[in-house]
Design a protein around this ligand. Structure first.
Ligand code: IMP
Length: 423
């Protein structure tokens, strides 16, 4: 099949950027299909760390073409900053970074609306990255949005202004104090659009169909994670796009029968940033150790991530929804040193034991039921082959494979490209 998918199976931050970077050499094209600058994909190689937000993670490989698909939302200001940050890499952006005309634009007032909405929600806030993601997708599905292709029209500033004025009225409706300078925001946006227009805009679905016909290999890179999917995640504490496999079809215009491998990326434990339910969250020393050893701070917002044990109920659910064909386990090294490793294999839900992911996960209704496995002491970060892995880790891997029925083909033992063990 022409298109392989790479998806996060938890609440994001699974380490997708690293695996895309490792796999990129096998593909002609890397594409993003949903989300926007709320994502932060971290790649570490040659002693340097790079964080990508909207640009696909294939950008560092000279031979790969990178496509930002129609399902993505683009903030020109952040996009250009990302490009500036990559200036030392001598990337031929015009030819290797192609943007769908159907992708929607994040306007400055979308970001303000995000802030107003969160402020108005008070303690019930979603914990949004405040990049304007929700309001932009609302305009898209509400059929009011502004698309990249609109920038090729003579009257694009008029379209921008009409939408901006509408947003200002909506901001008033929220009745919260926001500090902003619209003239400055508008000027920055216009300057960023001028630079964005130096890149190549394409009819990306057509481009991808042609690539498929020419037997090119395509990797679709997901952002966020399955439990943040607007339909299948822990609604309303989710993002505003379909982060699951189906999102790649709508976000790229690729037919389901073109999908081949589905790489499911998960951490050996679980993290979550922002608000919302998290049944295996730890508030003790173990959680603090995971956060410290795993450097669990958001790549986009710098916020501390909440940490907990692996949730097998949620992982199995994500495997099902996505049709995962291969699992990749990230950050196995972070669990070195724990006496026992716990895995949540069922929930106590309103007094009953259940093994599926229920409609609503309120903390008072869901308690994790754990299976305990033996931990390991060895430092994994220098290991390079499966033969070196400690027996207790192999047992942990075997346990997950048995529960999910899916093989773990990559075990990551550190952030560098090289710290990757194939099985
Ligand atoms: P939004 O997509 O910025 O509106 O954020 C909605 C929720 O998704 C919040 O809980 C965010 O913390 C979370 N979120 C959004 N993008 C990411 C990501 O790339 N990694 C982890 N969490 C994310």
């Amino acid at each position: 099949m022409a298109v392989d998918l790479l998806l996060g199976l938890q609440w994001g931050d699974e380490g997708k950027g690293k695996i895309v970077d490792v796999l990129t050499q096998n593909y002609n094209l890397i594409s993003r299909f949903q989300g926007g600058p709320n994502a932060g994909h971290t790649l570490i190689f040659d002693g340097h760390k790079h964080v990508l937000h909207t640009i696909p993670s294939g950008i560092f490989h000279k031979e790969a073409v990178n496509v930002v698909g129609n399902g993505v939302v683009i903030d020109p200001v952040i996009f250009n900053k990302e490009i500036d940050d990559l200036s030392k890499f001598d990337v031929d952006f015009k030819n290797v970074l192609l943007i769908s005309r159907k992708a929607h634009l994040i306007l400055p007032t979308h970001r303000l609306l995000d802030a107003a909405s969160e402020k108005a929600k008070g303690k019930d806030k979603i914990g949004s990255t405040l990049k304007g993601i929700g309001p932009t997708y609302m305009d898209k599905t509400g059929r009011n949005g502004m698309r990249v292709g609109d920038l090729e029209l003579d009257n694009w500033k008029e379209i921008f202004e009409n939408l901006t004025q509408k947003h200002l009225k909506m901001i008033d409706f929220y009745g919260v104090e926001l500090d902003y300078n619209l003239d400055e925001l508008r000027a920055n946006f216009f300057a960023a659009v001028d630079k964005l227009k130096e890149l190549t805009f394409i009819d990306s679905e057509e481009y991808l169909h042609t690539a498929i016909k020419e037997n090119k290999t395509i990797l679709a890179e997901g952002a966020q994670g399955s439990l943040l999917d607007v339909d299948f995640g822990t609604y309303p504490f989710v993002t505003s796009s379909n982060t699951t496999a189906a999102g790649a079809c709508t976000g790229l215009g690729v037919a389901p029968n073109q999908i081949g491998e589905v790489f499911g990326i998960f951490k050996a434990y679980t993290t979550r940033v922002g608000s919302g339910p998290f049944p295996t969250e730890l508030f003790d020393e173990d959680g603090a150790t995971m956060a410290k050893v795993g450097h669990e701070f958001g790549a986009t917002t710098g916020r501390a991530r909440r940490c907990g044990w692996l949730d097998m109920v949620a992982l199995k659910y994500a495997c099902q929804v996505n049709g995962v064909t291969q699992l990749n386990m990230m950050k196995a090294d972070v669990l070195s040193g724990f006496e026992t490793i716990k895995v949540c294999t069922a929930y106590k839900y309103k007094g009953e034991v259940i093994e599926h992911f229920p409609y609503n996960i309120e903390p008072e209704n869901v308690q994790p039921i754990y299976t305990e496995l033996k931990g390991w002491k060895e430092d994994l970060t220098g290991m390079t082959s499966e033969a070196e892995l400690p027996a207790a880790l192999n047992d942990y891997i075997a346990f997950i494979e048995k529960e999910t029925g899916i093989k773990i083909t990559i075990v990551s033992v550190g952030p560098d490209r090289k710290q990757t063990i194939e099985r």
